[in-house]
Design a protein around this ligand. Structure first.
Ligand code: FAQ
Length: 329
């Protein structure tokens, strides 16, 4: 399929001296906080890092449609069904903005989808957990979208402009997603039965730790962070974002009337933040490595959706051929 990439002169046509000058100018622009556009020169490593992160992000959005999509037919009211339908559709849209942003870097949609389907590309660990009850849908909105916003607001200032622009729109929509989840939980906690309140607490118990893992490994064990921060791709570190998320959730949990499942969670006056317990990083790496509760199911669903959609892609191509023939005539 087509790509929107715009490249500068091929590498072999440029001298080492020219390359050094381009690199110097690029570094100066990054240091000055300027945005880099698709047509601008950029180092190959910067381009590859962006393709990796943006495509992983896009994959996360479309795989992320699956756990919640599981509940569309079983939403408790028409209002909740309409909200959930719109939310899942938004996630598909986020995937599209992000694939389009990655395409500007010279990689095709087909290459990215291939990498996902063959298991070469990563997507967020969080979507490999099952949605067992309706409360899980609310908790995904509150915690998973909440973590996503915490991580993604700084990406609106990412040095690569097409990614930053996509993130502005994504973040606006994510904040509605977070609120609808919180609202669904609040309804169950304040107007629901004891069984519904227990269902919410159970969902919080299962999603809390995986939500903290969404921010990625600790800074000291994050191989990409230092360079990505130097380039202004990431603006705030994995650990700092995780801490901000924990601090924000504590009060929200109090208002909801749920307990966060961490006995070590407590306010630390000296740090002005909450201390929290140890994250099970073995579990995180197992899930990232493909051995989570739903990895096989998620990938199989994506591959099946791709195969089932082949006729739509063929029809779109035939339609486009006919349209351009007509135009030429
Ligand atoms: N899951 O060196 P770092 C959403 C990998 S969207 C799986 O720290 P980096 C919306 C990482 O890729 C959620 N893998 O890496 C929604 C790297 O592997 P690689 C997705 C993870 O890139 C809500 C390795 O570990 N959001 O939720 C994870 O500097 C509800 C070492 O890590 C984004 O993608 C993980 N959790 O930092 C949809 C945001 N964490 O590639 C539906 C953009 C790390 O070297 C319903 N991405 N890894 O082989 C980012 O901000 C960054 O890429 C991080 C990771 C922070 C995720």
């Amino acid at each position: 399929m087509y790509t929107q990439a715009m490249d500068t002169a091929p590498k072999e046509e440029r001298s080492a001296l020219e390359d050094a000058a381009l690199q110097q100018r690029f570094d100066a622009r990054i240091d000055a906080g300027e945005f880099i556009e698709a047509k601008d020169w950029m180092p190959e490593h910067y381009r590859k890092t962006l393709v990796r992160q943006i495509s992983q992000h896009a994959h996360s959005e479309i795989v992320g449609m699956l756990p919640e999509g599981n509940w569309i037919t079983r939403a408790p009211t028409l209002k909740r069904k309409a909200i959930l339908l719109a939310k899942v559709q938004d996630e598909g849209g986020h995937g599209l903005y992000l694939y389009a942003a990655a395409e500007t870097l010279g990689t095709s949609r087909d290459q990215m989808i291939d990498a996902l389907h063959s298991g070469k590309a990563k997507y967020s660990s969080i979507f490999n957990y099952p949605t067992l009850t309706w409360a899980d849908v609310g908790v995904i909105g509150w915690l998973v979208d909440g973590a996503a916003i915490m991580n993604q607001v700084p990406l609106c200032r990412c040095s690569y402009a097409p990614y930053a622009r996509a993130m502005v729109r994504v973040c606006r929509e994510e904040s509605f997603h977070q609120r609808q989840g919180y609202d669904a939980l609040l309804t169950m906690m304040t107007q629901g039965t004891a069984a519904q309140r227990a269902m919410v607490q159970d969902a919080v118990d299962r999603w809390w730790w995986p939500s903290l893992m969404m921010f990625g490994p600790p800074d000291a064990e994050s191989p990409n962070s230092a360079q990505s921060m130097r380039w202004g791709i990431k603006r705030i570190s994995n650990d700092e974002l995780r801490q901000k998320f924990v601090d924000a959730c504590v009060d929200q949990a109090k208002v909801l009337g749920v307990t966060l499942p961490d006995p070590a969670l407590k306010w630390n006056e000296a740090r002005g933040s909450h201390d929290f317990g140890a994250i099970d990083w073995d579990e995180f790496w197992r899930v990232v490595g493909g051995d989570g509760p739903c990895n096989c199911e998620r990938l199989a669903a994506r591959v099946a959706a791709w195969e089932d959609g082949a006729w739509v892609r063929e029809a779109a191509l035939v339609h486009e051929r006919k349209r351009s023939l007509k135009e030429a005539a």
